[in-house]
Design a protein around this ligand. Structure first.
Ligand SMILES: Nc1ncnc2c1ncn2[C@@H]1O[C@H](COP(=O)(O)OP(=O)(O)OP(=O)(O)O)[C@@H](O)[C@H]1O
Length: 766
């Protein structure tokens, strides 16, 4: 076995190189290989929804209401519940490892419903290791004798590798040993359950293509949780304080996690240790369907760096002037299980995790669907890799070269029928996606710096230094030709040697310059791309910030509106409650008030009616009793209604009434000469034939008053109504109702009666 002490010191720093992925579209393509693994049923009597038809075909069976439904699916291979972990490894992972050691990339992921056996298939158990530990074992079984000294190949933190001198590597080794011893003193050693981690190694190995190559193995362990990327090997962070990492694309269009720790492992145990330390940080959780459910997607990366054309001098490996480097990467992905909320009964954080898991799986499905569509219809639709960290991280596997394999894990329980149906559909679709097959390429040449390539160390000469071999110096007698000739030969040989060397140096310098120039161009392009990417990201961030701000403002507005509405609502509720207690009372009270008002109004009206009736009665009495009542007296009566109502209704004596009325100064009988009477006679009056006649010097007699003008004539100031009746004794009785005609403000006239004269005629005989 090769050890670092045996390594010939190579005091030169080699420049780094990266693997290139060919983007040639004419490259051979092969479909994604999809395998199916059935896990055993939990209980023997449990109903199964899977019927195995052959080693490549199965049927999902479901019986509802007596109707049997059977849907068939084909796979590259189906592993039954009795298949061993080794069988799975041999079929699926072994070919990927063969490719890996040749410098090819590979992606293997497990997919299925929660609790269907994805983690079991990938990690397995200590006594029954899964794909991952078997891969590690097989790699180290194969490269055991061909490992490069630790730290000779070093990650450049940009997804590439540097080859450094043995001295630098030695320095790094010393540092590492110091760190480790300090860590061992400070911390407890990394062990799982107090035991040093180890898995059963069955000794599987892969024959190597080049036996003059040196290999270095690097591992990294990444977790994608709630669409954020975390480095599970980050020793600086403990527990849940892992820092979110960003994904970047290197110059070869390979995606990588920026700043993720990549550990160089020199044995399977070191690799397990790294895996288990990451496993402790991985987010697991209890769910109804799986006691130890992966709540995140985890990616275990194994990178094998191969340094070819190593020269063996005196049984020691030497890194020659020109050597070749290849990098192969295998990503083992344990996807979190798709789950239905109604089955898992998740709430809170578990629900958020589940929705994030389902979203990322949905994006994976969408990406593969569009990829397939592009390949079959020769369209160029944009594949939304960026929608999820999961798909973005694997972009280069689907777009670039390599091999992609998927193991669909299935729990054949009848309860899982519906979910298995979705899983099968996805598997069917994935098998149609084609991935460009990596061709075995000539590895990249690593060219040392011109100064490093000169075997002879640099020597300082007078006035400067030369990179060429020395010219031999010696003492001889110039006269002695025998001494001179061999010296001249030596010089000629040295000069020839120097000339050849100079030519080689020249050529190599040109090559290096050319290489350097190309590299510079690459870097420049990379830089420009990064700049544009950063600019677009910044713009995106700015837009997102603006959006967030706008949303915040909207939320505030809505909150205010909401507050208003709720306060109004409260008020209304309050009001609604109050009337319930009050309304009967207030309605009652209102009713009472209205009743009282009504009563008052009625009383008032009754009183008014009574007054009117009384007045009418008065007028009737007056008319009947031929009593002249001064209208003013009537008004006064209205004012003094109470007093009047108490007045006895008996007919007033004509004489006394007359006295009362005639005593009123306003309506005294006028005896003035200029007054003109309007005499209103009966149609055919009985002639009185008496000497004494009523005193009306100027009069106008009418029998009918049809015209208003008869009364309103301003010349007439007196009115006399003459009536003739037979009294009880059969005698004629003449009554004269006399009054003043008073003009009214409306242009009419009113008669104010102020005197009644009764003239009776008696027969002297009787
Ligand atoms: N083929 C199998 N043989 C025996 N036991 C199995 C097999 N597959 C799964 N199991 C058991 O089933 C249980 C659930 O498996 P596992 O944790 O691997 O599921 P999962 O698909 O990774 O779930 P999640 O998505 O929730 O992480 C484990 O106890 C595991 O030991």
């Amino acid at each position: 076995m090769y050890t670092s002490s045996k390594c010939t010191p190579t005091p030169r720093k080699l420049r780094r190189e990266k693997t290139t992925l060919s983007t040639n579209s004419d490259c051979e393509r092969e479909p994604v290989h999809v395998y199916c693994r059935l896990r055993p049923l939990t209980e023997n009597l449990e109903a199964s929804c899977v019927k195995l038809l052959s080693s490549q075909e199965l049927a999902l069976v479901c019986e509802t209401k007596g109707v049997r439904k059977e849907i068939r699916y084909k796979f590259k291979h189906i592993f039954t519940a009795y298949s061993t972990q080794k069988e799975v490894f041999d079929h699926v992972a072994y070919p990927l490892l063969e490719d890996l050691l040749k410098g090819k990339n590979g992606l293997l992921f497990t997919y299925g419903v929660t609790g269907s056996g994805k983690t079991y298939t990938l990690s397995g158990e200590q006594n029954n290791p899964g794909v991952m530990p078997r891969c590690i074992d097989t790699i180290f079984n194969s490269i055991r004798d061909f490992q490069a000294p630790k730290f000779v190949i070093k990650s450049d933190k940009m997804n590439g590798f540097e080859v450094q001198t043995e001295e630098d590597a030695m320095q790094d080794r010393l540092k590492d040993v110091r760190n480790k011893s300090c860590n061992t003193r400070c911390k407890t050693p990394r062990k799982v359950n107090g035991e040093k981690v180890s898995y059963a190694n069955d000794g599987t190995r892969i024959p190597l293509l080049h036996d003059n190559s040196l290999y270095s193995v690097f591992v990294s362990y990444i977790e994608i949780y709630n669409n954020s990327v975390f480095d599970l090997l980050d020793e600086q962070c403990s527990g849940r304080s892992l820092q979110n990492k960003i994904l970047r694309e290197d110059s070869q269009k390979n995606m990588y996690v920026n700043g993720a720790v990549e550990v160089e492992v020199k044995s399977a145990e070191e690799a397990y240790e790294a895996f288990n330390s990451g496993q402790k940080r991985k987010r697991m959780g209890y769910t109804v369907l799986n006691a130890e459910s992966s709540r995140s997607h985890s990616v275990f990366n194994i990178r094998v760096v191969q340094l070819e054309q190593v020269a063996w001098v005196d049984g020691k490996p030497t890194i020659p002037d020109r050597n070749l480097i290849t990098i192969g990467q295998l990503s083992l992905v344990d996807l979190a299980g798709s789950e239905r909320t109604n089955r898992t009964q998740n709430t809170g954080a578990r629900l958020k995790e589940a929705s994030s898991i389902n979203n990322s799986l949905m994006t994976l499905r969408t990406c593969l669907e569009i990829l397939r569509e592009n390949q079959y219809t020769k369209t160029n639709k944009m594949v939304p890799y960026r929608d999820s960290r999961l798909t973005y991280l694997f972009k280069h596997y689907f777009e670039g070269e390599g091999s992609v394999q998927m193991i669909v894990c299935v729990n054949p329980s009848a309860d899982d029928f519906e979910e298995n149906l979705h899983v099968m559909k996805f598997a069917e679709m994935t098998q149609d996606v084609k991935i460009t097959k990596t061709e075995l390429k000539t590895p990249k040449t690593v060219i040392k710096k011109a100064a490093d390539r000169i075997q002879t160390p640099m020597k300082i000469k007078s006035g400067g230094f030369t990179l060429l071999p020395d010219i031999p110096v010696g003492q001889f007698d110039i006269e002695n030709a025998e001494e001179v000739e061999p010296y001249i030969d030596k010089i000629i040989r040295a000069l020839k040697h120097r000339k050849n060397k100079a030519k080689t140096v020249d050529r190599e310098i040109k090559e290096s310059t050319e290489e350097f120039r190309k590299r510079l161009v690459d870097l420049n392009q990379e830089h420009t791309l990064n700049k544009t990417e950063v600019a677009s990201l910044k713009q995106m961030i700015r837009r997102q910030k603006q959006k967030t701000h706008n949303l915040e403002v909207k939320i505030k507005d809505l909150e205010n509106v909401n507050m208003d509405v709720s306060s109004k609502n409260d008020e209304l509720q309050e009001r609604k409650k109050k009337p319930n207690k009050k309304s009967p009372w207030s309605a009652k009270k209102m009713g009472q008030e209205l009743d009282a008002k009504l009563r008052k109004q009625r009383e008032h009206l009754n009183a008014a009616i009574k007054t009117k009736e009384f007045q009418l009665q008065k007028v009737r009495d007056i008319l009947n009793n031929e009593t002249i009542v001064d209208p003013l007296d009537l008004e006064t009566l209205t004012d003094k209604e109470n007093a009047l109502t108490q007045t006895p209704k008996s007919t007033v004596d004509h004489q006394s009434r007359r006295n009362v009325i005639s005593s009123t100064p306003r309506h005294r009988r006028s005896r003035s000469v200029g007054e003109v009477w309007l005499e209103h006679n009966a149609v055919k009056p009985v002639p009185l034939g008496t000497v004494l006649q009523p005193s009306m010097k100027k009069r106008k007699s009418v029998s009918k008053l049809t015209k208003a003008g008869d009364v309103t004539n301003p010349k007439q100031s007196k009115y006399c109504l003459v009536t003739q009746d037979q009294d009880t004794d059969g005698e004629v009785e003449t009554k004269l109702y006399k009054g003043d005609i008073v003009p009214t403000c409306g242009g009419g006239a009113q008669v104010i009666f102020n005197d009644v004269e009764r003239l009776t005629q008696e027969s002297p005989t009787s």
